[in-house]
Write a protein that binds this ligand. Structure first.
Ligand code: NAD
Length: 393
């Protein structure tokens, strides 16, 4: 099959197995070019391990620390006619590279919110490791089925009044305006249920009860704050409220369970989850341009490598006064943000090339699905049916 990208607004419905392998290979190469971390974690569970920040975490733990990893994901295999999802191909590639280096890597595909998945993970840890010393929670999901069968949906809306701001139309590459309506009570509650910390707490509860965490285990979940410019849609919106819940969960986990729990506030980056947030893509294109000009731009892998090397496993854990780890420091640096604010004021469809890194945005977007790599032959007939070795076991 010749696989081409099929883009529908903010998602690509196809993925390229060889391109996804290239994406994983490059991330591994980056981690290997950094100093090896001797005192890093050794047995790591990653919930949401197949794309974005979770995949970068899995790669950093394995190839930076030599850790064994168990990755949880919700991905779709190919049926021969339709390609698999990018996360499926990423995971197949990750396992292949891990095996080449003799690193333990197993993956479980299914719903991380479910009790069945928690049981499967516990069984795997008991059988294979005894105990895990790190749990990374990197889920970004559109919905969650709760224990009683209720389905909660996550929304990307503001709270309070409707909010109108400049926005990038990704289909036509134009700058216009977008109005975001405030969420209803139910939408806000749904977003907190899906993207807040309740399920993270459930995981740590289940893992502690089953006695599969080491005494010095660390758990970390990822958050975002961003600049005031995007507060109405992010920080003070439905998703920001869910993230505040996540921060409270970290405090509860640290108090109620014998683990160290942290929230790491990461940089805003194009991922499958963030491409769907209105207004944010225009901010990202401007941010990319400014950060690249100032030589401080990072992708998921550079962010997570810095999180491990600098904040988590370099002596004591480095947090702000609120107890949060901040690897969004370069994004929120006033030197960067003052340029972003200037550009935001000026940007229009006509001058967007001057202020926005549109090519960089699309490059990252296509790379997420394995496209746009100059060393991959996209004319080659490839088999979309790729197996994930550990899922066959
Ligand atoms: P992503 O879409 O790339 O990754 C989501 C992961 O969750 C995938 O591995 C997917 O398979 C998995 N997943 C989704 N639903 C699942 C389910 N029901 N069961 C099991 N696995 C499931 O997203 P991302 O941007 O890497 O986000 C990860 C975390 O990082 C989120 O909490 C997000 O809010 C946070 N974060 C993202 C950004 C950003 O700009 N992208 C910035 C800061 C923090």
């Amino acid at each position: 099959m010749i696989i081409e990208p099929k883009v529908r607004e903010y998602i690509c419905t196809t993925a390229h197995p060889k391109g996804c392998e290239e994406s994983v290979r490059r991330q591994i190469a980056y981690v290997k070019s950094q100093k090896k971390m001797e005192n890093g974690p050794k047995r790591v569970l990653i919930i949401g391990a197949s794309t974005g920040y979770g995949l970068a975490s899995r790669i950093t733990a394995s190839f930076g620390c030599g850790a064994a990893t168990l990755g949880i994901m919700f991905e779709r295999p190919s049926n021969g006619k339709r390609t698999a999802t990018a996360g499926w191909y990423n995971t197949a590639a990750f396992e292949k590279f891990a095996k080449e280096e003799g690193l333990y890597a197993k993956s479980l595909n299914g719903d991380a919110f479910s009790a069945e998945m928690k049981e499967k993970v516990i069984e795997t840890i008991k059988n294979d490791w005894g105990k895990a010393d790190m749990v990374i929670y990197s889920l970004a999901a559109p919905r969650r089925t709760d224990k009683d069968g209720t389905v909660y949906t996550s929304s990307l809306k503001t709270t309070g009044d409707a909010f109108t701001e400049k926005s990038l139309d990704l289909k036509n590459n134009t700058v216009g305006e977008k109005t975001i309506e405030p969420a209803t009570e139910e939408e806000l509650k749904g977003t907190i249920k899906v993207m807040g910390g309740e399920d993270w707490e459930d995981w740590i509860h289940a893992l502690t009860e089953a006695d599969v965490l080491t005494e010095d285990a660390v758990t970390i979940a990822y958050s975002y704050i961003g600049p005031e410019l995007t507060y109405p849609i992010y920080y003070n919106g439905t998703i920001g409220n869910a993230k505040k819940h996540l921060t409270e969960s970290a405090k509860r986990i640290g108090k109620n369970y014998p683990v160290q729990a942290y929230v790491s506030v990461n940089k805003g980056l194009v991922t499958q989850a963030s491409a769907a947030i209105p207004i944010v893509p225009l901010y990202f294109t401007i941010l990319y341009k400014v950060m690249k000009e100032q030589n401080v731009h990072e992708g998921c892998i550079e962010q997570i490598a810095r999180l491990f090397e600098d904040r988590l496993y370099n002596g004591s854990v480095k947090t702000d006064e609120e107890g949060m780890i901040r690897i969004d420091d370069w994004e929120l640096d006033e030197k960067v943000q003052s340029e972003v604010r200037k550009a935001w004021k000026e940007v229009t469809t006509e001058n967007m090339k001057q202020y926005c890194d549109i090519d960089g945005y699309w490059d990252d977007f296509y790379h997420m699905f394995g496209f746009n790599y100059d060393n991959v032959d996209y004319q080659e007939d490839v088999d979309p049916m790729v197996e994930i070795p550990s899922l066959q076991a």
